[in-house]
Design a protein around this ligand. Structure first.
Ligand code: HPA
Length: 247
């Protein structure tokens, strides 16, 4: 018994799922598409149109009302992207850094992720065991686009997903430093669900802060969103390069 209804296929395009601070500068939006899914409503309407000649479906994962990370309906978001006919998905994900040598303002293109405590699946009632991995080809394209965009970035790193909505304690960060490079609350779910439905997924992580207890500045939510706003311009440059190269 499959719990995943079939996916009608319309056309091939790239999906971009981003946080609240990124708008797609230069995107010609042809249509705002509302979608219904068997898993409920996606975070928002999809902006479907063209960025540097490549067809794109853009979704702000926190929606207009600022859905907190632990309440995002990731299954609806990914299911809807698949139904729209997307073949690959780029996540733009805000992270804190566990490494002094990866400062706020940098970008990380992670090569793996860790989220053993909370796994989402489309397959709740059927044995379906993907071997999770970020898409190598899409990562290579992102690394090339980031190089050409001239941004400061790290071409690999392990992303650790915490549950949220609170940030981590200093003790949690001391533990997590043994296992990864950046911490966020969204990417692992998106990567896993995309892989389950055959969508290539890779991420541009925006390093918006040092994690709690790293460095000497106290960590505040305000600082994180301010840095995310500042980082948006370089992420737009990476995405524009990527679309030019693959369009
Ligand atoms: N922890 C978890 N998620 C985050 C952080 C953090 O420090 N910064 C941005 N998203």
């Amino acid at each position: 018994m499959t719990m995943v209804p079939p996916f009608p296929y319309y056309e091939v395009m790239v999906g971009i799922i981003a946080g609240g601070n990124l708008s797609l500068e230069g995107m010609e939006v042809a249509e705002k598409k509302g979608m219904e899914t068997p898993f409920g409503e996606p975070s928002d309407h999809f902006s479907v149109g063209y960025l540097k000649g490549r067809e794109v479906a853009f979704l702000p994962r926190h929606g207009p009302q600022g859905i907190p990370p632990h309440r995002i309906n990731h299954r609806a978001n990914i299911y809807a992207l698949k139904r729209l006919g997307v073949s690959e998905v780029i996540g733009v994900n805000s992270v804190g850094s566990l490494r002094e040598k990866i400062p706020p303002g940098w970008i990380v293109i992670p090569h793996d992720y860790l989220n053993p405590w909370q796994i989402l699946s489309f397959y709740e009632h059927q044995a379906m065991h993907i071997t999770p991995a970020l898409d190598g080809r899409l990562r290579d394209l992102l690394i090339r686009a980031a190089t050409e965009a001239g941004v400061s970035f790290v071409k690999e790193g392990v992303y650790i997903q915490t549950i949220g909505p609170r940030l981590e304690t200093k003790a949690e960060i001391t533990m997590l430093m043994n296992f990864g490079d950046v911490v966020g609350m969204t990417m692992a779910h998106e990567a896993t669900l995309c892989q389950e439905v055959g969508l290539a997924y890779a991420s541009i992580c925006s390093v918006d802060n040092y994690c709690h207890g790293i460095g000497d500045r106290p960590l505040t939510e305000g600082e994180i969103s301010e840095r995310a706003r500042e980082n948006a311009a370089q992420i737009q440059r990476i995405l524009a390069r990527l679309m030019e190269e693959t369009g």
